[in-house]
Design a protein around this ligand. Structure first.
Ligand code: DGJ
Length: 698
């Protein structure tokens, strides 16, 4: 069955993914309206649905059904996804259908304004191996003389079937507390999810999931969407009193404009949508598969076990200290050694040096090559921390180019962490950033960059530029372009996305990076909840997770090494403790646990993930990969001393038999599915276990 079907008489398109379908039609007034998003339909069924024109309301109501991109203009009173103002002051759009292109899974519906030279195209893309539908918008100014002011241009609007009520799942947080999952009833109101920070943000993530309130981890219908954008964004959810539920979203927050020059086209990022049955777990697994197949650059690679110096040394890095850490890291099985902040300029704290990207001569008298060579000699790859979008005012760069930062006339320059944001929308600033990064990677044999960004935008002006607001979009595009160029010129380079932890985690940055630094909070108990939220959208292979020292620097909580490892093993494992203070016993235990991780790593990183429990006393995840199923279970505390009951493994085959290679125990699949796996957790708080089960026969 071809993925795109068209019925010209009714002007209806049916987009089909492997197990869902999506239908839109063009009405008599040339408005593109939503028909269906959900279970698979035939064309005849979609046409039947399209005949259901919404009941006419009173003179106080909007006309017609939900639109694929709600514009401002006419009898529309909901949140607009497209707002434009023409040079004569006229606002809003009146559509005239201008044709479509459909090819190779892509549908583009062209719409012109009836009077003004504006062309808007709604884009859809479907894949043969995913139920994710990608949507985005382009707006083109076809005038030869006059600009058009774009006040809002969303990527897409999404619509749910009209039902009694819905629940929205979303992620909230802050620095050190990202990705906390919340579920709440969709209010009969306009609810805004947004970042005004110039970054995706720790506080909200542009991923949302909807269900009718009855879905669980493994059952129920779920509609979810994710915006592929790493700057400011806004998604407005609207449920009206008649029960219609839609949400419109795209890049940029409210109040920003883009002056679309004659002949110019503005293209939005992808806003991807997914309908699944099978609950929140199935939705996450479908997103994970989509990320691996259509977003990541190197999905087939196993992420190396990483060491990062930040929690061990802070800014206090030097050649001897890093070499001592590297020697111990290599001993315990680390594969990638990353030196964090403090290696450049006069960067001996937060107050100075950002922007001066040459090795500090006191700390690295012979540059970075000796350390890079030593790390490579020890059999590890070498990685380096950078923060290319930022500058300390106390730096040679700022003294030479005070105009390169975001700023406005007659306004202060708000410093956060003693730093300002470089305006990478400026071609000269972007060229400088690319040039030093390219040189750094080339000259020092860098295999990996941790790309950090430690503050949001403020006073985001661009004096002298006729259309300064566009920096909110162009800065992020410039970050993407620099990363893309580095990848093109250095095919072996891998990049970690970081913004003070997980402040820039989204599908846009993941198309240019290999993993995300999930959170600066490395406390394993807090991490269980953070990882639970992160896993809603993102696969384990991109979830950076370090084992650090105890007591934890953020929470002062003391936990056993084994518990810390077991929590971090649920993602791309790293170590971030001060290895020079670890005892021989601790180093030996760490080496054993890293060896265990390497054994189960293909399952964790390339398998299919199952969240096996909620967020109660026991949390467990499982990864199915070929004939292997790996379970990680964590029990931070044991209320009343009760041992958790057996862990049901409903993803297993009830007809098969499974063997635990560590204990030799065998289990029938039927028992594991129906009754569960006895966990044999150690006594006391912070207990954890890793169990590997191999299918041995049918
Ligand atoms: C914030 C990051 O999240 C940390 O891991 C570390 O790299 C610091 N920045 C360094 O300044």
């Amino acid at each position: 069955m071809p993925p795109l079907l068209y019925e010209p008489r009714r002007r209806l398109w049916l987009l089909r993914t492997p197990s869902t379908s999506y239908a839109v039609r063009i009405d008599e007034d040339d408005v593109v309206r939503h028909v269906h998003w959900g279970a698979d339909l035939t064309m005849a069924q979609a046409l039947e649905l399209a005949e259901r024109t919404p009941a006419a309301g009173s003179s106080f109501d909007a006309v017609g059904g939900a639109e694929e991109l709600a514009v401002e203009g006419g009898a529309r009173f909901g949140p607009p996804g497209l707002q434009v103002r023409f040079a004569d002051g006229t606002r809003g759009v009146e559509w005239r259908y201008a044709g479509h292109d459909a090819d190779d899974g892509c549908l583009s519906i062209h719409l012109d304004d009836r009077h003004y030279p504006l062309r808007v195209t709604l884009h859809y893309r479907v894949h043969e191996d995913s139920d994710v539908i990608e949507r985005w918008t382009t707006v083109e100014n076809r005038d030869e003389r006059l600009p058009i002011t774009v006040q809002r241009c969303d990527s897409a609007a999404w619509t749910l079937p009209c039902r009694g009520g819905y629940r929205v799942s979303h992620l909230v947080g802050g620095w050190n507390s990202e990705f906390r999952l919340r579920r709440s009833e969709v209010a009969t109101a306009e609810t805004v999810f947004t970042s005004r920070r110039g970054m995706t943000s720790h506080h909200a993530n542009p991923w949302l999931a909807f269900d009718d309130g009855t879905a669980g981890e493994e059952h129920g219908e779920v509609w979810s969407t994710a915006l592929a954008w790493s700057g400011s964004w806004r998604i407005t959810l609207h449920r009206d009193p008649a029960g219609r539920t839609t949400w419109t979203g795209g890049h940029g927050h409210e109040g920003l404009t883009w002056s679309l020059a004659p002949g110019e086209t503005l293209s939005t990022p992808v806003f991807a949508g997914l309908f699944t049955t099978g609950g929140f777990g199935a939705a996450s697994r479908a997103w994970h598969a989509y990320v691996a197949r259509h977003v990541l650059r190197h999905p087939g690679e196993l992420r190396p076990v990483l060491y990062n110096s930040w929690e061990a040394t802070g800014f206090d890095v030097d050649e001897a200290g890093q070499m001592a850490l590297a020697a111990r890291a290599a001993r315990i099985g680390v594969e990638l050694f990353v030196m964090d902040d403090g290696w450049f300029g006069r960067r001996d704290g937060e107050h100075a040096g950002l922007g001066d990207w040459t090795p500090n001569p006191d700390r690295f008298p012979h540059g970075l090559r000796p350390l890079s060579a030593e790390v490579h000699r020890l059999g590890m790859r070498f990685g380096l921390w950078v923060e290319p979008e930022m500058v300390n005012p106390d730096s040679d760069l700022y003294r030479a180019h005070p105009d390169w930062v975001l700023h406005m006339p007659n306004r202060g320059r708000t410093e956060l962490r003693n730093q300002l944001v470089l305006n990478l929308a400026r071609p000269d600033t972007a060229a400088w950033a690319h040039a030093w990064l390219d040189r750094l990677v080339t000259e020092h044999d860098i295999d990996f960059l941790k790309w950090d960004a430690n503050r949001p935008f403020t006073e985001a002006g661009w004096p002298g530029h006729a259309d300064p607001d566009r920096l909110w979009i162009e800065h992020t595009r410039s970050v993407y372009e620099i990363m893309d160029r580095l990848h093109a010129d250095h095919p072996g380079l891998r990049i970690e996305a970081c913004s003070g932890g997980g402040g820039r985690a989204d599908l846009g940055i993941l198309a240019r990076t290999d993993q995300i630094w999930t959170s600066d909070n490395t406390d394993p108990v807090d991490r269980i909840a953070i990882q639970h939220g992160f896993s809603q959208l993102f696969p384990a292979q991109v979830m950076g997770a370090w084992v650090t020292d105890s007591p934890n620097v953020a929470t002062a909580r003391q936990t056993p090494l084994r518990f810390r490892f077991h929590v971090a093993m649920a993602g791309a494992l790293g170590v971030g403790g001060d290895l020079t203070t670890w005892t021989e016993d601790e180093l030996k235990e760490a080496a054993e646990l890293i060896a265990t991780y390497k054994r189960v790593r293909p399952a964790v990183q390339h398998g299919t993930a199952y969240r096996l429990t909620g967020e109660g006393a026991l949390t467990a995840v499982g990864y199915a990969h070929a004939d292997r199923f790996v379970v990680l279970a964590w029990c931070p505390s044991r209320p009343y001393g009760h041992q958790p009951g057996p862990l049901r493994l409903t993803a297993l085959d009830p007809r098969a038999t499974y063997r635990d290679p560590d204990t030799g125990a065998t289990y029938s699949g039927a028992v594991l599915v129906r009754s569960g796996l006895p966990l044999h957790l150690p006594e006391g708080d912070h207990a954890s276990v890793l169990v590997q089960l191999d299918r041995i026969e049918d």
